[in-house]
Design a protein around this ligand. Structure first.
Ligand code: C2E
Length: 601
């Protein structure tokens, strides 16, 4: 404003008589021009400041290859010391900048079609070779003839967001512990393998892999050891696979592999054999030497199913068959397994129902003192009174209860009922004899078994020495240190402990010496043949002497014949149990037959 006022003033040398008005007019023109120039300069200064100081990268580039102008932010983003250095160096954007040169072609194409690109994301190479993700917004600036003169736009570095997105995507599709694909990605990969086999007329195989006795390792050695072991197994499985195959963790100790584009079943079998061998190699987890095996069920596209869900279900059924057949092996799906899997599911449902509806009963089998023939104990044995199938023996449902975890509730019921029954006999005036209860592997490792036994004794009022817990030898030997701690605590409660099925495992004498046990029960498989099989006879004799050296009682189970009784008597066995003396019977019959007999005697 001030210079306009100044321009209107006559110049100092003016003495009048001149055409001051004209001079004033021309001064006015100059002033206006200067003003416009200054405004322009000001605007340019402002825009330059924005350009120079913007945090976003700003550029002008030509359709052919290079840059016209870039701001310092863009030069910095791409790793150059100055804009000029960047302009001079980057003469071929397509090949020097874009990681995928195709992106430049797409950029040009979008510009030609729409005159702009929005959020155009690409990977570019910085001057130092590092790759970053950028997002560009740009427009085409056209000449009056309509041709593209140059492009101008902005660039932001979105690497951090991309890394974050990739991490989130990875987390959603991978298992956190092992880093393997999870169920979601597995479904996708399996679908791809099916499509590929359909297209090429080949086969694809799905293998369901379950670690044998993993739950036991997890429960007894702790989750940390279990987790470590899963990681080792995951790495081993991966080492057996081609890049095009998939190893996924289905959950827990279950893995699934998808073998795509297979030429023949032989090649599938070869891979599975390799997997079984590699899993079975000794493993180290948390400093412990472990040995784990796996059972594998395989289904094949197209013969065993046409969709991912069916193939997975069938591989799962085959895996159960592999477990049934002794574990550490593999089985291909066969149609009849469907029926078996359905049966198993039905059984599990009715077993759950049985727990809720109290469909179990206990029977009792006497333990006889061999030398005197007196009843010195009773073993409680569970039966399932099924509403349709009648009395179901424990061999038909205990393994499933164990596998599904239902054994915890069932076992607790057995313990309570057996202790209550013993008290009921005593209150009815029968002599106090110890009652034996089988403890399942899961019950033993669950950690609160000591508290449970203490609680049941307290609630029932049963004297601790009137309860004997039978634990199978293999379970005790699987984790000697942990078993030792639990058995000691149980012993401190005052209950008796018996090692069941003795001889079937691999007890070391050294361990046996350390265990606070009262009784060894010789497995009935040895007893049944003592009259005919010299080896079994020798084993039974050895177990009796060993037990006596260690100051333990010996009970022989499964005695069915007189010659077995005589052999055991002659060799100093303390107690016997078996059909020869008495079968398991309901509580009333037991009291009537055995406890009265003891009283009369
Ligand atoms: N062949 C033959 N068998 C005889 C003879 N004497 C007794 N037995 C049977 O041998 C089994 C002895 O029980 P176990 O070794 O503890 O073996 C038991 C035990 O491992 C399990 N079991 C039974 N009740 C329970 C329970 O309450 N809890 C748990 N966890 N397991 C149980 O089921 C297994 C089988 O039980 P049961 O069918 O009742 O079978 C019982 C019994 O009926 C004989 O002279 N000859």
């Amino acid at each position: 404003m001030s210079h306009i006022a100044l321009a209107r003033l006559p110049p100092p040398e003016c003495s009048g008589g001149c055409t001051c008005a004209a001079r004033e007019g021309s001064a006015h023109d100059i002033t206006q021009r200067r003003e416009a120039e200054r405004a322009l300069q000001e605007a340019e200064r402002r825009y330059r400041s924005i350009f120079e100081n913007a945090v976003e990268g700003i550029f002008q580039s030509t359709p052919d290859k290079g840059y016209l102008a870039v701001n310092p932010a863009l030069a910095r983003m791409y790793g150059y010391d100055s804009p000029q250095q960047m302009i001079d160096t980057l003469r071929d954007i397509e090949h020097q900048l874009y990681v995928d040169p195709e992106r430049r072609a797409e950029f040009l194409c979008l510009m030609a079609e729409h005159g702009q690109v929005l959020n155009f994301e690409s990977q570019v190479r910085r001057r130092d070779g590092n790759v970053i993700w950028i997002s560009e917004n740009a427009r085409a600036v056209r000449a009056p003839d309509g041709g593209i003169q140059f492009y101008e736009g902005t660039v932001v570095d979105i690497t951090e967001r991309k890394v974050y997105e990739a991490r989130i995507r990875h987390q959603a599709t991978h298992d956190a512990l092992t880093g393997l694909p999870n169920r979601i990605l597995l479904a996708d990969r399996l679908q791809q393998a099916i499509h590929q086999a359909e297209r090429d007329g080949g086969i694809a195989a799905v293998a369901f892999i379950d670690l044998d006795h993993f739950k036991f390792i997890n429960d007894s050695l702790g989750h940390q050891v279990g987790d470590e072991l899963l990681k080792v197994v995951a790495a081993r499985l991966k080492s057996c696979m081609r890049a095009s195959d998939t190893v996924a963790r289905q959950g827990g100790d279950e893995f699934v592999i998808v073998l795509s584009n297979q030429k023949s079943l032989e090649s599938v079998t070869d891979t599975i054999r390799r997997i079984i061998a590699v899993v079975a190699e000794p493993a180290q987890a948390s400093g412990l030497d472990l040995h784990v095996t796996c059972s594998v069920g395989i289904s094949v596209f197209p013969s065993d199913g046409h969709d991912a869900e069916t193939l997975l279900r069938h591989a799962d059924s085959a895996m159960y068959k592999a477990k049934e057949l002794g574990r550490n092996n593999f089985v291909y799906f066969a149609a009849e397994m469907n029926a078996h899997a359905t049966q198993r599911l039905d059984m599990l449902n009715s077993l759950r129902h049985a727990v809720a509806n109290n469909e179990f009963v206990l029977q009792f089998q006497p333990k006889i003192h061999l030398a005197t023939g007196k009843v010195v104990g009773a073993e409680a044995l569970i039966r399932w009174r099924h509403p349709l199938r009648g009395m179901v023996p424990p061999g038909s449902f205990i393994p499933l209860a164990e596998e599904s975890g239902l054994i915890i509730e069932i076992g607790e019921w057995v313990l309570r009922t057996a202790c209550a029954q013993n008290m009921a006999w005593q209150r009815a005036g029968f002599p106090a004899i110890p009652i034996s209860v089988n403890l399942s592997p899961r019950q033993l490792v669950r950690g609160d078994i000591v508290a449970l036994v203490a609680e049941v004794l307290h609630e029932s009022g049963l004297a601790p020495h009137c309860l004997e817990l039978e634990i199978t030898e293999t379970v005790v030997m699987r984790d000697v240190d942990k078993s030792l701690v639990i058995l000691k605590k149980l012993k401190e409660l005052g209950v008796k402990i018996s090692i069941d099925d003795f001889g079937t495992g691999y007890s070391s004498l050294n361990y046996l010496k350390r265990f606070p046990v009262d009784t060894l029960k010789i497995d009935r498989s040895f007893v049944s043949d003592i009259a005919d099989d010299q080896d079994d006879a020798a084993i039974v004799k050895a177990v009796i002497s060993l037990a006596h050296i260690l100051n333990l009682r010996v009970v022989a189970e499964g005695v069915e014949a007189e010659e077995q009784r005589r052999f055991l008597l002659e060799n100093g066995c303390d107690e016997v149990q078996g059909y020869y003396f008495g079968r398991p019977v309901p509580s009333e019959s037991f009291a009537g037959k055995w406890l009265q007999a003891k009283e009369e005697a």
